[in-house]
Design a protein around this ligand. Structure first.
Ligand SMILES: O=P(O)(O)OC[C@H]1O[C@H](OP(=O)(O)OP(=O)(O)O)[C@H](O)[C@@H]1O
Ligand code: HPA
Length: 280
């Protein structure tokens, strides 16, 4: 039977005040998106789906640290139950992969603790990660595992973000499909903060980012209006300059005329050179 997907709608937000949130995160979160209880229930079912698909094969579970430590622990427990009567053992391995700074992938996938990868040679490996966003982490890791000579790979993800992937990667088992928003909690961090949070939440920086975006759009509009006003004022200024220049020229001509009249007693109309426009 095809696995059912659990798709979290884009506007699904539960009030933070309705959940138990550690005091140290007061004011840091804007919404709860998936509660701990829902994760627990979903992971139990996901473990059954994994066992049904992979069967009673020997299986190595690879935890992609740090983000997936909570999901991994929950999944191993549920898989142990699901595989209770399985004659083949299940092993656990850990690897650290890092690429994010603030809320963005740097594109530089750093794999740490590569030495134990050789232990996975010829094995069936279930890669367990917390989230697929750009897809770069899983892509790099899967390619590395294939180069290492593993027998077969599957991926189990707590979250799959509904966003166009930078690289398409097989997502074999997914607990939740989530909106394209930066989320934290249940192992996921924002600059190492919030990993210990039990629920998956939206951190307030999403709100701040939205506010900044709308403020910036508002300022762009203001700037457009001001630029138009500046253009009109420039035109008025230019016209005033011309008028001032004409008046100054006329003034100087009359002065010269008067001087000439004072010296000679004769009234002569004499054209003088105009002052330059830039000197006004
Ligand atoms: O699909 P991607 O865009 O590559 O993003 C997914 C990866 O990003 C996070 O890791 P991060 O680099 O933040 O390290 P962490 O696990 O230590 O938090 C997360 O744990 C995934 O491994
Ligand atoms: O939305 C996210 N939150 C935390 N870590 C992440 N790594 C990729 N995407 C995310």
């Amino acid at each position: 039977m095809a696995q059912a997907r659990v798709v979290i709608p884009d506007d699904f937000e539960l009030p933070v005040g309705a959940f138990d949130i550690p005091r140290c995160y007061d004011g840091d979160l804007s919404a709860v998106v998936i509660s701990e209880g829902m994760i627990k229930d979903r992971v139990r079912r996901l473990a059954k789906d994994i066992h049904q698909t992979i069967g009673d094969e020997p299986l190595a579970l690879l935890c992609v640290l740090k983000g997936s430590y909570k999901f991994f622990t929950a999944l191993v427990d549920e898989l142990s139950n699901a595989r209770y009567n399985c004659p083949e053992p299940m092993t656990v391995d850990f690897i650290r992969v890092r690429s994010y700074e603030d809320q963005a992938s740097t594109g530089k996938i750093e794999i740490m603790g590569m030495s134990n990868l050789n232990e996975l040679k010829d094995k069936n490996v279930l890669v367990v990660d917390d989230i697929s966003d750009t897809g770069r982490t899983l892509d790099k890791l899967l390619k590395t595992l294939i180069e290492t000579g593993v027998k077969k790979t599957w991926t189990a993800l707590l979250l799959s973000k509904k966003v166009k992937r930078f690289v398409e990667v097989a997502e074999d088992f997914v607990a939740f499909d989530i909106p394209d928003k930066f989320i934290v909690g249940y192992g996921l961090d924002y600059n190492q903060k919030f990993r210990d949070l039990n629920h998956i939440c939206m951190d307030d920086t999403n709100l701040k980012a939205n506010n900044i975006q709308s403020k910036s759009a508002f300022l762009d509009e203001q700037l457009k209006v001001l630029n138009e006003e500046k253009k009109a004022l420039d035109q008025i200024l230019q016209s005033l300059r011309h008028q001032k220049w004409a008046l100054a020229t006329e003034h100087e001509r009359l002065l010269t005329l008067q001087q000439h009249q004072d010296q000679t007693g004769v009234s002569v109309i004499k054209l003088e050179e105009k002052p330059s426009l830039t000197s006004l």
